[in-house]
Design a protein around this ligand. Structure first.
Ligand code: NAD
Length: 331
């Protein structure tokens, strides 16, 4: 089977190739993102593999289908970039990787809290300049904090487990509370309550119409002054201009994000010689109390292996005409 792999990075290609050992698969590795210009490159490939910032909207799926594509898998846990209805109508089977390593993202989330809360990044920069002054580096201890976890699915649950070791008070909110979390955290009934009582708020819900701009002006008004926001889920959960205003007024005391609503034209590429045209993003980088990472929370060797193996399983099932174990849920 011919498989076009969009958005291939050097760190994942050997892992994909190794896990395809013994499968009758011929990969075409493409560095470009899947978009309206590049969709043609998949012509003649029965299967296409994409990543989080590839575009799989109706018109692109139509192009893929016209070129013979019958299977599309995203090498990610989120699948909000795919028009599921269109894929269903075009007869394209969809697969994803629901749980390649919730721990990878959960551990990164804790890393962001500790880094920003203790100014580790700033301390590192100072010492490299031989500046050993500690002014401005006073941090907080997690045991003094109430941490709100919004979304207690696979990743949120791991975050709760890790947080429980720090002795902080943990609040949680999810439309479907789970028993594992109940042992370690107190569920609140509404997300407004979570916003109101959390010193630190970390987002682990998927991006859907009901969670789009979950953190907006209205949500910020409910929050404690100086709240610490973390988003390792999807950028559009946050109305970034509203949060920038919150940072300027000090309503938001800390912001750590691994995802950004307009990340598609920035992340995963080297833009160090370019002019950044996104003023909101550029403004974010000026705050001393903001950390931005480029969608790297998933990136561990454990996760890359699981992504490759799960994707290979889905390709194998599709090739044999079996139902796909990791099919994207129907729209
Ligand atoms: P999951 O499906 O296991 O959990 C999501 C949870 O959110 C579920 O428990 C669900 O009940 C809850 N939920 C859904 N809508 C809600 C709402 N409106 N209000 C409250 N709760 C709601 O997903 P997961 O594996 O934990 O992943 C969460 C998200 O993390 C993914 O959708 C993806 O966007 C993101 N992610 C980011 C990275 C990264 O590298 N930064 C990596 C993997 C996943």
């Amino acid at each position: 089977m011919k498989v076009a792999v969009f958005n291939t990075k050097r760190y994942e290609r050997p892992v994909l190739e190794k896990s395809a050992d013994g499968f009758p698969i011929e990969f075409t590795f493409l560095e470009s993102r899947l978009d309206v210009q590049t969709a043609l490159l998949a012509a003649g490939h029965e299967a296409v593999l994409i990543f989080v910032n590839d575009v799989a909207n109706r018109s692109i799926l139509e192009q893929l289908a016209a070129g013979g594509t019958r299977f599309l898998a995203t090498r990610s846990a989120g699948f909000n970039q795919i028009d599921r209805q269109a894929a269903c109508e075009l007869g394209i089977t969809l697969a994803y990787v629901p749980a390649y390593s919730p721990n990878a993202v959960a551990e990164f989330t804790i890393g962001l809290i500790l880094t920003l809360g203790r100014h580790i990044h700033e301390g590192h920069n100072r010492v490299r300049r031989a500046d050993f002054n500690l002014e401005g580096l006073c941090g907080f201890e997690l045991r003094d904090m109430t941490v709100g976890v919004c979304g207690t699915g696979r990743i949120g649950t791991e975050v709760v487990k890790l947080l429980s070791g720090f002795g902080c008070k943990i609040l949680a909110y999810d439309e479907e509370p789970n028993e594992q979390v109940m042992l370690l955290a107190s569920y609140v009934d509404t997300r407004e309550e979570l916003f109101r009582y959390s010193d630190i708020l970390t987002l682990h819900v998927p991006l859907m119409p009901s969670t789009y701009h979950l953190i907006d002006n209205e949500a910020l008004k409910l929050m404690k002054d100086g709240v610490f926001l973390i988003n390792t889920s999807r950028g559009a959960l946050i109305d970034t201009p509203a949060v920038v205003e919150g940072l300027k007024s000090r309503k938001v005391g800390f912001l750590a994000i691994d995802v950004y609503e307009e990340e598609a034209c920035l992340f995963f590429e080297d833009h160090s010689s370019d002019i950044i045209r996104d003023d909101t993003f550029a403004r974010l980088l000026t705050f001393p109390n903001v950390i931005v990472t480029g969608h790297q929370a998933f990136l561990t060797m454990h996760a890359l292996r699981n992504i490759a193996e799960t994707t290979m399983q889905s390709l194998d099932e599709f090739a044999k005409g079996f139902p796909c174990t990791h099919a994207v849920p129907a729209p």
